[in-house]
Design a protein around this ligand. Sequence first.
Ligand code: ADP
Length: 718
Amino acid sequence: MKFKDIPIRQKLTGIILLTCSVVLVLMCSAYIIFEYINFKKTIKGNLETLGVIIASNSSAALAFDSPGDATEILSALSANKHIIAAGLFDSKGQLFAKYPAKLPDSQLPSKPEANGYNFKNANLEGFQPVIQQNLHLGTLYLKSDLEEMYIQMSITAFITLLLIAGTLFIAYLLSNYLRKTISKPILVLKRTAEVISKENDFSVRAVKSGNDEIGSLTDAFNQMLNQIERQSLEIRIANEINSKLAAIVESSADAIIGNSLNLIITSWNNSAERIFGYSAHEMMGQSVTKIIPPNMRDMIFEGFEQLKSDQQVEPFETQLITREGKLLDISLTISPVKNSNGEIVGISQIARDISVQKHNERLIIENEEHLRLATQAAELGTFDYDLVRNILIWDKRCRELFGIYHDEPISYSDSFLNGLHEDDRERIAKTIETAFNKSVNGGHYDVEYRTVSNDKKLRWIRAKGKVFFNEEDKPIRFIGTVLDITNKKHEEIRKNDFIAIISHELKTPLTTIKSYVQILLARAKKSGDEFTVNALTRTDTQANKMTSMIKDFLHLARMEEGKIQMKEQVFLLQPLLEDIVSEARLLTSSHVIELKGCSDVKIKADQDKIGQVLINLISNAIKYSLSADIITVGCERIEDKIKIYVKDQGVGISENDQKNLFTRFYRVENEKVKTVSGFGIGLYIVSEILKYHNSQIMLDSVEGKGSTFYFSMDVVKE
Ligand code: ADP
């Protein structure tokens, strides 16, 4: 393993130990060298001293020329086992004595040399003059081995090595302890970095352990993490925004197209593919002019130019062309694409396909024109009442019908209510109030009224309309048409007058006929003339039918003129039902009329008119159930209301006919009822009378199975 790859802890230990070793080795080497030099000096000094002593002791032996003494003196050198040779030369340079005595002469120098000691061939040897009273008597030669020095040096080296080893061991222990102060914060940094890279969590921070360089490094590291965390957050947000934007662009219903300033397409979303029929692959790198028809280029390029000069461009309508060459109506929103320096580098276009909308707009305009022509042709006036803003708009024709010939704003109370005939004002105001209540009849409005203009001109108007409601069922708009029916109305009035006169005129002779028939019937019964009784009974029945018809006509005429008068009173329902059922039984010999009464129920109504309603319903039940014979008249109490019904098992009425049944002169036309005579006014009168009583005629009917006509009245409590 390379040194740079060794873990920092070992590296630190290694460095410390290496440093220590080098220092120790250097120190010890210096010490050993010093010791060596010192030792050599000492040995040399010692040999010199020994030489001086031996030389001085030998002077006498030389002076008296006594080699035996000299040899004895030299033999004292044996006390020093390191002296390996010694020789004493006389003044003439001849060997005089030697040590050891048996030493061959060849082992000694042949003659004395210069004074002084020198290290030679791993020995120390030298010459010392023997002088007495300035007289040179001879020369002493001494030769010592260096074993002592070597032993001493070995001991020194051994101790030094021991010292180095002990010192290194202590250095190792110390370094082990001290390196932590350096390696620990570095390892903390390392672990922090590992956690971050493993978990991608940039919120982790390294713990600072001091204010040294590693502390500064930890601060710098944490600061870097702060930056990275902020940047990664920014990058994440930017990525999220980008992916959201990309999703929006891809899922947008509008075509979103990007192009460079030289009109080269740089982006093309799914909707662009769908709307224009070109794939992104085909269009990227192409010129955007491919989808701009020549006649629209000036308009669109002008918008681009405005963007380039930093002007805002409002969305505008234009046309673009598809792959198939189809021109599409487009609402185009263009905006600049800027780089990070804020320079415009491209243009983004959002193209909304408004072909359908445009087509519908054209249809609406056409329809409005048709409607305008149709209303004009039909001489219809129109009104439009915005109930939220309280703005009433009348067209020219509507204004004419109220005698208004200016274009100034008009109001509901001043122009409309005041423009009505005073006899109609209250009724119409009430009807409109009712139409504004969605639950009553769903905002349906169909009335006739009179207007009186400033010049006192009276007009009859038929107004039809519809009220529109919001989610809370509050009326917000009231729209409809008005039609001048003055002429028709006058005709009707004349007709009604005529009917009224005829009916009235018919009533008197019929009453006379009925009285005579009654007298004759009584007589015939008395005389037992069965045939006459039978004939007169039938005559009476027919006369009753005629009376009923005449009553209907009179009612109709009165109602049309609005002359119907209500004589309301509280009465018991049961006796009225009984009377009516008895009267009806006289009208038929073929049907059984059952009465399921309701005792003790009182209602407040015009008794005669409710009787008329019942008679009409029962006579219809008889007329339209020739093959069935049971008719049930009855009532049913439902909380505070009493439901009164007439039920038959006759031909029944189809759903389609049920809708129109209560309009004037409406008669069902089919095979089953074509032989039944009638004018189609009975049910109309029934429904009108019930309206006057704030009630309504209702019907349950199944074709071929029978019908039940019913209405409800408030029960009067005691
Ligand atoms: P009319 O009986 O004089 O024709 P009405 O106004 O009384 O006029 O009735 C209108 C139409 O309703 C009738 O022509 C008839 O077809 C139908 N009709 C009324 N009552 C019944 C009934 N009980 N069963 C079947 N059809 C009925």
